[in-house]
Design a protein around this ligand. Sequence first.
Ligand code: PLP
Length: 463
Amino acid sequence: MTVGWPASLDLHLDWADRPDSSKLAEALRTAIREGRLPAGSRVPSTRALAQDLGVARGTVTRAYDQLVTEGFLLSRQGAPTTVAERLASPDPIDAPPDPETPAPRWDFRPGRPNLSSFPRRDWLAASRRALQATPDGDLDYGDPQGHPALREALTEYLARVRAVATTPERIIICNGYSQALSLLSKALHDQGLESIDFEDPSLPQLRAIPAGFGMAVRGVPVDRDGIDVAQQLSRAVVVTPAHQFPLGVAMSSARRTELVQLAKAEDRLIIEDDYDGEFRFDRRPIGSLQGMAPNHVAYAGTASKTLAPALRLAWLALPPHLVAPVRALKEHSGLHAPLFEQLAMAELIRSGAYDQHVRRSRAVYRRRREQLLDALSDLRAHHRPYPAGISAGLHITLQLDPEGPTEREVLTRARKHSVELEVLGPHWAAPGQHPPGVVVGYAAPAEHAFRPALQALVTVLQR
Ligand SMILES: Cc1ncc(COP(=O)(O)O)c(C=O)c1O
Protein backbone atom coordinates (compact mmCIF):
# COMPACT_ATOMS: atom_id res chain seq x y z
CA MET A 1 0.00 0.00 0.00
CA THR A 2 1.26 3.44 -0.76
CA VAL A 3 0.36 6.20 1.65
CA GLY A 4 1.43 9.86 1.70
CA TRP A 5 4.11 11.48 3.87
CA PRO A 6 2.80 10.92 7.39
CA ALA A 7 1.78 14.19 9.00
CA SER A 8 3.22 13.21 12.34
CA LEU A 9 6.72 12.42 11.14
CA ASP A 10 9.53 14.17 12.92
CA LEU A 11 12.98 13.44 11.65
CA HIS A 12 14.81 14.21 14.92
CA LEU A 13 17.41 16.13 13.05
CA ASP A 14 19.73 18.34 14.98
CA TRP A 15 18.93 21.75 13.55
CA ALA A 16 21.99 23.26 15.14
CA ASP A 17 23.96 21.35 12.50
CA ARG A 18 23.20 21.48 8.83
CA PRO A 19 22.10 17.90 8.23
CA ASP A 20 24.43 16.00 5.88
CA SER A 21 23.42 12.86 4.01
CA SER A 22 24.57 10.47 6.74
CA LYS A 23 22.67 12.35 9.48
CA LEU A 24 19.59 12.47 7.27
CA ALA A 25 19.91 8.74 6.51
CA GLU A 26 20.20 7.99 10.24
CA ALA A 27 17.12 10.10 11.02
CA LEU A 28 15.13 8.28 8.34
CA ARG A 29 16.43 4.87 9.50
CA THR A 30 15.29 5.65 13.05
CA ALA A 31 11.90 6.84 11.84
CA ILE A 32 11.47 3.57 9.91
CA ARG A 33 12.61 1.38 12.82
CA GLU A 34 10.29 3.16 15.22
CA GLY A 35 7.36 2.82 12.86
CA ARG A 36 6.94 6.56 12.41
CA LEU A 37 7.50 5.90 8.72
CA PRO A 38 5.30 2.83 8.24
CA ALA A 39 5.92 0.01 5.78
CA GLY A 40 4.73 0.92 2.31
CA SER A 41 4.55 4.65 3.00
CA ARG A 42 5.85 6.94 0.34
CA VAL A 43 8.78 9.17 1.19
CA PRO A 44 8.74 12.72 -0.18
CA SER A 45 10.46 13.51 -3.44
CA THR A 46 14.12 14.42 -3.08
CA ARG A 47 13.27 17.92 -4.31
CA ALA A 48 10.50 18.46 -1.74
CA LEU A 49 12.49 17.17 1.21
CA ALA A 50 15.60 19.11 0.20
CA GLN A 51 13.55 22.30 0.04
CA ASP A 52 11.92 21.57 3.37
CA LEU A 53 15.22 20.92 5.12
CA GLY A 54 17.14 23.67 3.36
CA VAL A 55 19.76 21.24 2.05
CA ALA A 56 21.04 20.44 -1.43
CA ARG A 57 18.97 17.93 -3.35
CA GLY A 58 22.10 15.75 -3.70
CA THR A 59 22.19 15.39 0.11
CA VAL A 60 18.71 13.84 0.09
CA THR A 61 19.49 11.70 -2.97
CA ARG A 62 22.61 10.28 -1.29
CA ALA A 63 20.66 9.51 1.90
CA TYR A 64 17.92 7.75 -0.08
CA ASP A 65 20.48 5.78 -2.14
CA GLN A 66 22.17 4.62 1.05
CA LEU A 67 18.85 3.44 2.53
CA VAL A 68 17.93 1.65 -0.69
CA THR A 69 21.28 -0.15 -0.53
CA GLU A 70 20.60 -1.13 3.09
CA GLY A 71 17.09 -2.35 2.22
CA PHE A 72 15.20 0.28 4.23
CA LEU A 73 13.73 1.90 1.12
CA LEU A 74 12.42 0.52 -2.15
CA SER A 75 13.09 2.42 -5.33
CA ARG A 76 11.65 1.41 -8.69
CA GLN A 77 11.99 3.12 -12.05
CA GLY A 78 9.05 5.50 -12.59
CA ALA A 79 7.47 4.81 -9.18
CA PRO A 80 7.71 6.77 -5.93
CA THR A 81 10.27 5.61 -3.37
CA THR A 82 8.61 3.74 -0.51
CA VAL A 83 9.52 2.20 2.85
CA ALA A 84 10.37 -1.49 2.44
CA GLU A 85 7.92 -3.95 4.01
CA ARG A 86 10.22 -6.30 5.88
CA LEU A 87 12.19 -3.69 7.83
CA ALA A 88 9.28 -1.66 9.08
CA SER A 89 9.22 -2.97 12.61
CA PRO A 90 7.34 -0.70 15.00
CA ASP A 91 9.57 -1.85 17.88
CA PRO A 92 11.92 0.94 18.82
CA ILE A 93 15.52 -0.26 18.96
CA ASP A 94 16.69 2.51 21.23
CA ALA A 95 14.37 3.15 24.14
CA PRO A 96 14.17 6.84 25.11
CA PRO A 97 16.53 7.47 28.05
CA ASP A 98 13.78 8.58 30.42
CA PRO A 99 10.15 8.31 29.39
CA GLU A 100 9.19 10.97 31.95
CA THR A 101 11.43 13.66 30.47
CA PRO A 102 12.04 13.12 26.78
CA ALA A 103 14.11 15.76 25.01
CA PRO A 104 11.70 18.45 23.75
CA ARG A 105 10.88 17.79 20.14
CA TRP A 106 8.48 20.60 19.32
CA ASP A 107 10.00 24.00 19.88
CA PHE A 108 7.42 26.70 20.64
CA ARG A 109 9.76 28.88 22.65
CA PRO A 110 9.22 32.56 21.81
CA GLY A 111 12.02 34.70 20.45
CA ARG A 112 13.31 32.24 17.88
CA PRO A 113 12.96 32.67 14.13
CA ASN A 114 12.76 29.78 11.70
CA LEU A 115 16.42 28.82 11.52
CA SER A 116 15.92 26.51 8.57
CA SER A 117 14.89 29.45 6.40
CA PHE A 118 18.11 31.39 6.96
CA PRO A 119 18.98 32.73 3.47
CA ARG A 120 22.23 30.79 3.19
CA ARG A 121 22.72 31.33 -0.51
CA ASP A 122 22.11 35.10 -0.32
CA TRP A 123 24.31 35.38 2.75
CA LEU A 124 27.14 33.50 1.04
CA ALA A 125 26.83 35.62 -2.09
CA ALA A 126 26.75 38.82 -0.03
CA SER A 127 29.78 37.68 1.99
CA ARG A 128 31.73 36.85 -1.15
CA ARG A 129 30.96 40.18 -2.79
CA ALA A 130 31.74 42.12 0.38
CA LEU A 131 35.01 40.32 1.00
CA GLN A 132 36.17 40.83 -2.57
CA ALA A 133 35.46 44.55 -2.39
CA THR A 134 36.79 45.34 1.07
CA PRO A 135 40.28 46.89 1.20
CA ASP A 136 43.01 45.27 3.33
CA GLY A 137 42.87 48.24 5.70
CA ASP A 138 39.40 47.15 6.82
CA LEU A 139 40.94 44.09 8.46
CA ASP A 140 42.43 46.32 11.16
CA TYR A 141 40.65 46.82 14.54
CA GLY A 142 38.26 49.20 12.88
CA ASP A 143 35.77 51.69 14.22
CA PRO A 144 34.25 50.58 17.54
CA GLN A 145 30.95 52.05 16.36
CA GLY A 146 30.83 49.49 13.57
CA HIS A 147 31.81 49.44 9.92
CA PRO A 148 30.60 52.54 8.04
CA ALA A 149 29.13 50.39 5.24
CA LEU A 150 26.68 48.74 7.63
CA ARG A 151 25.86 51.97 9.42
CA GLU A 152 25.10 53.60 6.06
CA ALA A 153 22.99 50.68 4.85
CA LEU A 154 21.07 50.64 8.14
CA THR A 155 20.44 54.39 8.06
CA GLU A 156 18.68 54.02 4.72
CA TYR A 157 16.88 50.75 5.65
CA LEU A 158 15.63 51.96 9.04
CA ALA A 159 14.35 55.23 7.58
CA ARG A 160 12.48 53.37 4.83
CA VAL A 161 11.10 50.47 6.85
CA ARG A 162 10.80 51.75 10.43
CA ALA A 163 10.70 55.55 9.97
CA VAL A 164 13.84 55.92 12.07
CA ALA A 165 15.45 59.35 11.71
CA THR A 166 19.18 58.90 12.11
CA THR A 167 22.58 59.25 10.46
CA PRO A 168 25.46 56.75 10.20
CA GLU A 169 27.29 58.79 12.88
CA ARG A 170 24.55 58.06 15.41
CA ILE A 171 24.45 54.31 14.81
CA ILE A 172 26.40 51.84 16.92
CA ILE A 173 26.61 48.21 15.85
CA CYS A 174 26.35 45.84 18.81
CA ASN A 175 26.68 42.14 19.51
CA GLY A 176 22.96 41.58 19.93
CA TYR A 177 20.38 43.71 21.75
CA SER A 178 21.66 42.32 25.03
CA GLN A 179 24.96 44.10 24.50
CA ALA A 180 23.18 47.22 23.27
CA LEU A 181 21.13 47.38 26.47
CA SER A 182 24.18 46.62 28.55
CA LEU A 183 26.21 49.46 27.02
CA LEU A 184 23.32 51.89 27.35
CA SER A 185 22.63 50.92 30.96
CA LYS A 186 26.26 51.34 31.90
CA ALA A 187 26.49 54.71 30.13
CA LEU A 188 23.33 55.94 31.91
CA HIS A 189 24.51 54.62 35.27
CA ASP A 190 27.90 56.33 34.78
CA GLN A 191 25.95 59.56 34.24
CA GLY A 192 24.25 59.14 37.60
CA LEU A 193 21.01 57.40 36.61
CA GLU A 194 20.01 55.13 39.45
CA SER A 195 16.75 53.64 38.25
CA ILE A 196 15.19 52.46 35.02
CA ASP A 197 11.69 51.30 34.11
CA PHE A 198 10.63 48.29 32.12
CA GLU A 199 7.19 47.25 31.00
CA ASP A 200 5.57 44.75 33.32
CA PRO A 201 5.57 41.98 32.13
CA SER A 202 8.85 41.94 30.18
CA LEU A 203 11.84 39.66 29.69
CA PRO A 204 13.51 39.00 33.07
CA GLN A 205 16.95 38.45 31.52
CA LEU A 206 16.79 41.95 30.02
CA ARG A 207 15.72 43.52 33.33
CA ALA A 208 18.72 41.80 34.90
CA ILE A 209 21.14 43.79 32.72
CA PRO A 210 20.77 47.27 34.32
CA ALA A 211 20.18 45.57 37.68
CA GLY A 212 23.66 44.07 37.25
CA PHE A 213 25.10 47.61 37.23
CA GLY A 214 23.35 48.35 40.51
CA MET A 215 20.38 50.22 39.03
CA ALA A 216 16.93 49.91 40.55
CA VAL A 217 14.64 48.26 38.03
CA ARG A 218 10.93 48.93 38.20
CA GLY A 219 8.08 47.29 36.32
CA VAL A 220 5.38 49.61 34.95
CA PRO A 221 2.05 47.96 34.11
CA VAL A 222 0.96 47.48 30.52
CA ASP A 223 -2.67 47.85 29.45
CA ARG A 224 -4.34 47.47 26.06
CA ASP A 225 -2.64 50.66 24.81
CA GLY A 226 0.86 49.82 25.99
CA ILE A 227 2.86 51.02 29.00
CA ASP A 228 0.79 53.02 31.50
CA VAL A 229 2.23 56.53 31.31
CA ALA A 230 -0.01 57.76 34.11
CA GLN A 231 2.49 56.13 36.49
CA GLN A 232 5.42 58.23 37.65
CA LEU A 233 8.15 57.11 35.23
CA SER A 234 11.90 57.01 35.85
CA ARG A 235 14.31 59.10 33.78
CA ALA A 236 14.76 56.13 31.44
CA VAL A 237 12.16 53.62 30.31
CA VAL A 238 12.52 50.54 28.12
CA VAL A 239 9.52 49.77 25.89
CA THR A 240 8.55 47.40 23.06
CA PRO A 241 5.97 49.62 21.31
CA ALA A 242 5.57 47.72 18.02
CA HIS A 243 4.63 44.45 19.73
CA GLN A 244 4.86 44.34 23.49
CA PHE A 245 6.87 41.40 24.78
CA PRO A 246 5.33 39.16 25.97
CA LEU A 247 1.68 40.35 25.88
CA GLY A 248 1.67 41.32 22.21
CA VAL A 249 -0.06 44.71 22.55
CA ALA A 250 0.83 47.39 19.98
CA MET A 251 1.21 50.78 21.65
CA SER A 252 -1.75 52.94 20.55
CA SER A 253 -1.06 56.19 18.76
CA ALA A 254 -2.51 58.22 21.65
CA ARG A 255 -0.17 56.44 24.09
CA ARG A 256 2.81 56.91 21.78
CA THR A 257 2.13 60.63 21.61
CA GLU A 258 1.73 60.87 25.41
CA LEU A 259 4.97 58.97 26.05
CA VAL A 260 6.96 61.02 23.54
CA GLN A 261 5.56 64.31 24.86
CA LEU A 262 6.46 63.28 28.37
CA ALA A 263 10.00 62.41 27.31
CA LYS A 264 10.42 65.75 25.56
CA ALA A 265 8.84 67.85 28.30
CA GLU A 266 10.75 66.24 31.16
CA ASP A 267 13.91 65.31 29.30
CA ARG A 268 13.52 61.57 29.77
CA LEU A 269 15.01 58.80 27.66
CA ILE A 270 12.92 56.15 25.95
CA ILE A 271 14.77 52.98 25.00
CA GLU A 272 12.81 51.46 22.12
CA ASP A 273 13.37 47.71 21.76
CA ASP A 274 12.13 47.10 18.21
CA TYR A 275 12.90 43.37 18.31
CA ASP A 276 10.26 42.20 15.79
CA GLY A 277 9.01 45.46 14.26
CA GLU A 278 9.24 44.07 10.71
CA PHE A 279 6.56 41.49 11.42
CA ARG A 280 3.17 43.16 11.34
CA PHE A 281 0.62 41.13 9.38
CA ASP A 282 -2.69 42.97 9.49
CA ARG A 283 -1.42 46.26 8.05
CA ARG A 284 1.78 48.17 7.42
CA PRO A 285 3.98 48.30 10.50
CA ILE A 286 3.62 51.50 12.49
CA GLY A 287 6.85 53.47 12.39
CA SER A 288 9.23 53.68 15.32
CA LEU A 289 8.80 55.98 18.32
CA GLN A 290 12.31 57.17 17.56
CA GLY A 291 11.08 58.89 14.40
CA MET A 292 8.82 61.05 16.60
CA ALA A 293 11.60 62.16 18.94
CA PRO A 294 15.11 61.28 17.71
CA ASN A 295 16.76 63.25 20.53
CA HIS A 296 14.85 61.42 23.27
CA VAL A 297 14.67 57.87 22.00
CA ALA A 298 17.47 55.33 21.81
CA TYR A 299 16.26 52.94 19.13
CA ALA A 300 17.45 49.31 19.09
CA GLY A 301 16.95 46.78 16.32
CA THR A 302 18.32 43.27 15.89
CA ALA A 303 18.94 40.62 13.24
CA SER A 304 18.01 37.91 15.74
CA LYS A 305 14.38 37.64 14.54
CA THR A 306 14.79 38.52 10.87
CA LEU A 307 17.85 36.30 10.27
CA ALA A 308 19.35 34.35 13.17
CA PRO A 309 20.31 34.99 16.81
CA ALA A 310 23.72 33.40 16.18
CA LEU A 311 24.79 36.40 14.10
CA ARG A 312 24.77 38.52 17.28
CA LEU A 313 24.08 41.61 15.21
CA ALA A 314 22.03 44.49 16.54
CA TRP A 315 22.11 48.25 16.15
CA LEU A 316 21.46 51.33 18.22
CA ALA A 317 20.33 54.65 16.71
CA LEU A 318 21.17 57.06 19.52
CA PRO A 319 20.36 60.62 20.50
CA PRO A 320 23.51 62.71 19.84
CA HIS A 321 24.46 63.12 23.52
CA LEU A 322 24.70 59.34 24.04
CA VAL A 323 26.89 58.50 21.05
CA ALA A 324 30.27 59.37 22.60
CA PRO A 325 29.73 57.61 25.97
CA VAL A 326 28.33 54.42 24.42
CA ARG A 327 31.03 54.39 21.77
CA ALA A 328 33.73 54.79 24.46
CA LEU A 329 32.30 51.87 26.44
CA LYS A 330 32.20 49.73 23.33
CA GLU A 331 35.78 50.60 22.52
CA HIS A 332 37.05 49.86 26.01
CA SER A 333 35.12 46.63 26.32
CA GLY A 334 36.91 45.35 23.19
CA LEU A 335 33.64 43.90 21.97
CA HIS A 336 33.79 45.18 18.41
CA ALA A 337 31.22 43.55 16.18
CA PRO A 338 32.90 41.01 13.86
CA LEU A 339 33.81 42.60 10.53
CA PHE A 340 32.73 39.88 8.09
CA GLU A 341 29.23 39.60 9.51
CA GLN A 342 28.87 43.37 9.35
CA LEU A 343 30.02 43.50 5.74
CA ALA A 344 27.76 40.63 4.70
CA MET A 345 24.80 42.23 6.45
CA ALA A 346 25.50 45.58 4.75
CA GLU A 347 25.67 43.89 1.36
CA LEU A 348 22.52 41.85 2.06
CA ILE A 349 20.63 45.06 2.80
CA ARG A 350 22.12 46.98 -0.12
CA SER A 351 21.33 44.23 -2.62
CA GLY A 352 17.67 44.02 -1.59
CA ALA A 353 18.06 40.37 -0.50
CA TYR A 354 17.35 41.29 3.13
CA ASP A 355 14.04 42.97 2.24
CA GLN A 356 13.13 39.95 0.12
CA HIS A 357 13.93 37.55 2.95
CA VAL A 358 11.91 39.58 5.45
CA ARG A 359 8.98 39.68 3.01
CA ARG A 360 9.14 35.91 2.51
CA SER A 361 9.40 35.29 6.26
CA ARG A 362 6.49 37.62 6.93
CA ALA A 363 4.27 35.56 4.62
CA VAL A 364 5.33 32.31 6.33
CA TYR A 365 4.80 33.66 9.85
CA ARG A 366 1.44 35.18 8.94
CA ARG A 367 0.28 31.78 7.68
CA ARG A 368 1.66 30.02 10.75
CA ARG A 369 -0.09 32.46 13.03
CA GLU A 370 -3.40 31.76 11.26
CA GLN A 371 -2.81 28.00 11.43
CA LEU A 372 -2.01 28.26 15.11
CA LEU A 373 -5.12 30.31 15.89
CA ASP A 374 -7.16 27.86 13.81
CA ALA A 375 -5.73 24.88 15.64
CA LEU A 376 -6.49 26.55 18.97
CA SER A 377 -9.98 27.71 18.02
CA ASP A 378 -11.67 24.79 19.77
CA LEU A 379 -9.82 25.66 22.96
CA ARG A 380 -10.91 29.31 23.05
CA ALA A 381 -13.26 28.67 25.94
CA HIS A 382 -10.19 28.02 28.09
CA HIS A 383 -7.39 29.91 26.38
CA ARG A 384 -8.05 33.34 24.99
CA PRO A 385 -5.38 34.93 22.81
CA TYR A 386 -4.08 38.04 24.45
CA PRO A 387 -4.72 40.66 23.16
CA ALA A 388 -7.42 40.41 20.52
CA GLY A 389 -7.09 42.48 17.39
CA ILE A 390 -3.42 42.74 16.52
CA SER A 391 -1.63 40.39 14.25
CA ALA A 392 2.13 40.69 14.52
CA GLY A 393 5.39 39.13 15.59
CA LEU A 394 6.57 35.58 16.13
CA HIS A 395 4.59 34.66 19.22
CA ILE A 396 1.12 34.58 20.74
CA THR A 397 0.33 34.83 24.42
CA LEU A 398 -2.71 32.91 25.63
CA GLN A 399 -4.51 33.62 28.86
CA LEU A 400 -5.05 30.47 30.87
CA ASP A 401 -8.36 29.86 32.57
CA PRO A 402 -7.66 30.65 36.26
CA GLU A 403 -9.90 27.67 37.15
CA GLY A 404 -7.93 25.32 34.90
CA PRO A 405 -4.41 23.87 35.04
CA THR A 406 -1.76 26.16 36.51
CA GLU A 407 1.25 27.38 34.54
CA ARG A 408 3.36 24.76 36.28
CA GLU A 409 0.91 22.01 35.32
CA VAL A 410 0.93 23.17 31.71
CA LEU A 411 4.74 23.07 31.69
CA THR A 412 4.77 19.56 33.14
CA ARG A 413 2.25 18.41 30.55
CA ALA A 414 4.27 20.09 27.80
CA ARG A 415 7.41 18.27 28.89
CA LYS A 416 5.57 14.96 28.77
CA HIS A 417 4.52 15.66 25.20
CA SER A 418 7.98 16.87 24.15
CA VAL A 419 6.72 20.41 23.68
CA GLU A 420 8.79 23.39 24.73
CA LEU A 421 6.99 26.65 25.47
CA GLU A 422 7.10 29.39 28.08
CA VAL A 423 4.67 30.71 30.66
CA LEU A 424 3.94 34.28 31.70
CA GLY A 425 4.93 33.84 35.36
CA PRO A 426 8.66 34.68 35.22
CA HIS A 427 8.01 37.74 33.08
CA TRP A 428 6.26 39.71 35.83
CA ALA A 429 8.43 42.23 37.66
CA ALA A 430 5.99 43.11 40.44
CA PRO A 431 5.52 40.40 43.06
CA GLY A 432 2.04 39.04 43.74
CA GLN A 433 -0.79 37.40 41.85
CA HIS A 434 -0.91 37.77 38.09
CA PRO A 435 -3.17 36.30 35.43
CA PRO A 436 -1.68 32.99 34.24
CA GLY A 437 -0.72 32.54 30.60
CA VAL A 438 1.45 30.72 28.10
CA VAL A 439 3.76 32.33 25.57
CA VAL A 440 3.86 30.37 22.33
CA GLY A 441 6.46 31.16 19.66
CA TYR A 442 5.41 29.80 16.28
CA ALA A 443 8.46 30.56 14.16
CA ALA A 444 10.98 27.95 15.28
CA PRO A 445 9.59 24.58 14.09
CA ALA A 446 10.92 23.53 10.69
CA GLU A 447 8.38 23.93 7.92
CA HIS A 448 7.90 20.18 7.39
CA ALA A 449 7.28 19.71 11.13
CA PHE A 450 4.88 22.60 11.72
CA ARG A 451 1.61 20.67 11.46
CA PRO A 452 2.65 17.80 13.74
CA ALA A 453 4.11 20.38 16.12
CA LEU A 454 0.71 22.11 16.24
CA GLN A 455 -1.00 18.80 16.98
CA ALA A 456 1.35 18.25 19.91
CA LEU A 457 0.69 21.78 21.19
CA VAL A 458 -3.08 21.30 21.02
CA THR A 459 -2.73 18.03 22.97
CA VAL A 460 -0.86 19.91 25.70
CA LEU A 461 -3.39 22.71 25.96
CA GLN A 462 -6.50 20.51 25.74
CA ARG A 463 -8.34 20.12 29.01
C1 PLP B 1 11.92 41.41 23.85
C2 PLP B 1 13.19 41.10 23.12
N1 PLP B 1 14.05 42.08 22.86
C3 PLP B 1 15.21 41.85 22.19
C4 PLP B 1 15.54 40.59 21.79
C5 PLP B 1 16.79 40.39 20.94
O1 PLP B 1 17.88 40.05 21.64
P1 PLP B 1 19.28 39.76 20.91
O2 PLP B 1 19.48 40.77 19.83
O3 PLP B 1 20.26 39.90 22.03
O4 PLP B 1 19.22 38.37 20.36
C6 PLP B 1 14.72 39.54 22.08
C7 PLP B 1 15.10 38.17 21.71
O5 PLP B 1 14.52 37.19 22.09
C8 PLP B 1 13.50 39.79 22.74
O6 PLP B 1 12.62 38.80 22.99
